[in-house]
Design a protein around this ligand. Structure first.
Ligand code: SAM
Length: 316
């Protein structure tokens, strides 16, 4: 897919680490709108702690880390495999690159049919090993698993992460000709960027443990589906319901009372139903803006395009 000229170069920040995964809802396309709305404390050094409760591929974390001298970052996600991969990137990037390079080499040297077979073999191995993995306890076996996730992410259909009711990764093969499966330099840069970050497995609510008045929090929860058939929210076994969105608004209110600077983005339900004021009602006490954004992952190519995104802040 080609980027529309409007958004080209929207990320003009200094060189450095960037997301190493394709991720549904990844925010690289929204950085042009996020940047001018960041709290001034990031630039003047009064904010040194950054918290991201729904980190995904970390587009905003990597951007802020390139731009500002953040002292400590706390990144959360409920997706076990994603957090395992982050921990491995941080702790054993060389081992990860070794394993991923081997998989990438196998893919590059294979015919179309062999690539298809390789994909399903890796997926099968990944799913079979799952029962033996404890996502709370780092071990060497994580390194191979992390490389498998990287491989699956770059070679599966649209870079989606979806699991079935048994928790098995079930996205089909993506048939890409030249996927960039392992970019060693990019992974090494990400590993360095993660030196000041802790990546924690957990529900977004857990972030309350590290938020104080000198903290900036960026919330990017799963999209509220644009329509009944939209399946963007299948990142994990459990989706993110309207009740979860309401629970999150309560967390936003409680962290606001602590004096933290808060930003939250979500899809704008008014894109499809101008009468749907769900987020306007939930976040009515704060600044709500509608900005143009491009959807980069959609199961249906014809549903990609420019839509409005909401950016909500508790500061000017
Ligand atoms: C819209 S994506 C975030 C994308 C991210 N900003 C990026 O640039 O890639 C939402 C993320 O929230 C995670 N998630 C879903 N439910 C969650 C929960 N209850 N607590 C924490 N993370 C959750 C998903 O696994 C997914 O990675």
């Amino acid at each position: 897919m080609t980027a529309s000229p409007r958004f080209k170069g929207s990320d003009s920040s200094p060189p450095g680490a960037r997301p190493f995964l394709k991720w549904a809802g990844g925010k690289t396309q929204l950085l042009h709108a996020i940047e001018p709305r960041l709290p001034p404390g990031l630039a003047d050094g009064t904010i040194t702690r950054y918290v991201e409760p729904f980190v995904g591929s970390g587009a905003v974390f990597f951007f802020l880390n390139r731009r500002f001298p953040l002292k400590e970052c706390y990144l959360y996600d409920i997706n076990e495999e994603l957090v395992i991969l982050y921990q491995v990137v941080k702790r054993d990037v060389a081992g990860l690159i070794d394993h991923a390079t081997a998989l990438a080499g196998e893919y590059a040297g294979a015919s179309e049919t062999e690539r298809n077979d390789l994909f399903y073999r890796v997926r099968e191995r990944f799913n079979r090993a799952r029962a033996a993995i404890d996502p709370a306890d780092y071990e060497d076996a994580w390194v191979e698993r992390a490389a498998q996730l990287l491989f699956l992410n770059k070679t599966c259909f649209n870079g989606l992460f979806r699991v079935n009711s048994r928790g098995e990764f079930n996205v089909p093969f993506g048939k890409y000709k030249n996927p960039a499966i392992c970019n060693g330099a990019a992974l090494e840069a990400a590993s360095k960027a993660l030196a000041n970050a802790e990546v924690r497995l957990g529900d977004s609510a857990a972030c309350a443990e590290v938020v104080d008045e000198g903290t900036f929090v960026y919330f990017d929860p799963p999209y509220r589906p644009l329509n009944a058939t939209s399946s963007f929210t299948s990142y994990a076994k459990n989706g993110f319901s309207d009740a979860d969105q309401t629970r999150l608004a309560e967390l936003f209110a409680s962290l606001d009372r602590r004096g933290a600077k808060l930003m939250l983005s979500n899809s704008d339900p008014c894109n499809h139903d101008p009468c749907d004021r769900f987020f306007d009602d939930l976040y009515g006490a704060w600044t709500i803006e509608r900005v143009p954004a491009r959807r980069s992952i959609n199961c249906r190519g014809d549903r990609r395009g420019t839509v409005a995104e909401l950016i909500i802040r508790n500061y000017d």
